[in-house]
Design a protein around this ligand. Structure first.
Ligand code: SF4
Ligand code: SF4
Length: 408
């Protein structure tokens, strides 16, 4: 499942003094936002999947009892918002049991799903268990592109799940990940959302981690595409008014300041991977030298407050120049650590999206390559993408990220 939601959302960081004193446990706020990646199993094969590219090498999934213990420990610390994602969380037979426990504990529970595996019986059971909210993903407004991008025939299934969501009185919340191959369809995507009765649509431009990082050269849109998509979104907003809220997440490669990623690592967000690895952001496995704790061997309180991994990027002592002396560090915390590492090879560097970074040219060069690729002779999108050698998320090709060749 793509969970773009936590990436780049500007949550406040409670208990954090400006300038950052978060390395001492008594000044660290609770992990308000808990994301449980219940499984890496997924019937889809999305080219932009944020799951680690070597997911097939991770250990066995946590048991139901383990997940329930994590819920209890996190709630005791003050976690309130719960995301259940994956992979595809509906692949877990115990999803209803996990939801019921989370509801009893008082979490607000959001299921982030491709919809595959949802049935009338399951949605009824999830509703009875106390599920608050469902976010359904589509890959595109057309069957051809939706099915191509996920390498499955799932478009009609998703439409049926949207109908189930509506008839069971959940708000209709859709997520569509945008990139070069579908961003020109934003008008049609919004029309599809309207026809499905959506109240909230997230148009989330791809964040380049995991499988999307592997496919960045094929997925990064051009500036002209982005401007057209923003214009289409504005026109649609003017037409439908308050009936539908549209959240357009701009691809940060086109910005000059980075996102305040996770409001700073170790500030408000805690993810737990299927094998129990605790992560300060869902891409943090990428970061070398970060000894990520596991909920099988430690309780959530110890992980959150005391583990070196969760303290590593608290405060500002880790920062290099230009971030260290920059007045904007209290707003953006130097940007995304994973992006800094993937692009520059050093997680302590400023996020190269920032035009004050000495590595900003790596971002502008990637955008320039996207412009050149788009200027090549036009071929219908699926055929063109096939020819360009996209790597689809798949167990059989689950591989370590090849970083070196991307740092150009
Ligand atoms: S393959 Fe697609 S649906 Fe499955 S987890 Fe990845 S992004 Fe989500
Ligand atoms: S130099 Fe660092 S802190 Fe300053 S704006 Fe850029 S990324 Fe943010």
């Amino acid at each position: 499942m793509n969970t773009s939601a936590p990436v780049g959302h500007a949550l406040d960081a409670p208990g954090v003094a400006p300038g950052g004193t978060r390395s001492r446990s008594h000044t660290v706020g609770p992990p308000l936002w808990l994301l449980l990646e219940l499984t890496y199993r997924c019937p889809l094969h999305c080219v932009f999947c944020y799951n680690p590219t070597d997911f097939a090498n991770t250990g066995p999934e946590l048991s139901t009892a383990d997940w329930i213990r994590v819920l209890r420990e996190a709630r005791a610390l003050g976690a309130v918002q719960l995301g259940l994602s994956g992979g595809e969380p509906l692949a877990r037979d115990d999803l209803e049991e996990i939801v019921a426990e989370a509801h009893t504990l008082g979490f607000y529970i959001n299921l982030i799903t491709s919809g595959i595996g949802m049935t009338e019986a399951r949605i009824k059971a999830l509703k009875a268990a106390g599920l608050d909210h469902i976010q359904l993903s589509f890959q595109d407004s057309t069957r051809e592109m939706n099915d191509f991008l996920s390498s499955t025939r799932t478009f009609e299934l998703k439409a049926k799940v949207a109908e189930l969501i509506r008839t069971h009185d959940y708000p209709m919340v859709l997520n569509v990940v945008l990139h070069r191959l579908n961003i020109d369809h934003v008008g049609e995507i919004l029309a599809m959302a309207e026809a499905l009765g959506a109240q909230y649509v997230e148009l989330a431009n791809t964040q380049y981690y995991g499988w999307a990082w592997l496919n960045r050269e094929q997925l990064l849109p051009t500036r002209a595409q982005l401007e057209r998509a923003e214009a289409a979104t504005r026109a649609f907003r003017e037409r439908v008014g308050a009936k539908m809220q549209i959240y357009f997440v701009v691809p940060d490669y086109f910005e000059t300041r980075p996102k305040a990623c996770m409001s700073g690592l170790g500030s408000v967000f805690l993810a737990v991977a299927p094998d129990g690895t605790a992560l300060p952001c869902h891409a943090a496995r990428t970061l070398p030298g970060l000894e990520l704790p596991n909920v099988r061997g430690a309780d959530v309180r110890a992980i959150w407050y005391d583990s070196p991994a969760f303290n590593r990027f608290r405060g500002d002592a880790w920062m290099k120049e230009p971030c260290r002396s920059c007045p904007e560090k209290v707003k953006d915390f130097g940007g995304c650590r994973c992006q800094a590492y993937l692009l520059t090879g050093d997680a302590d560097n400023a996020d190269p999206v920032c035009d004050l970074s000495p590595h900003h040219h790596l971002v502008t060069a990637a955008v320039a390559r996207a412009e050149r690729a788009a200027a090549a002779p036009a071929v219908a999108a699926p055929q063109s993408a096939r020819a360009q050698g996209l790597t689809f998320r798949d167990h059989r090709v689950s591989i370590p990220v090849v970083i070196e060749e991307k740092r150009t």
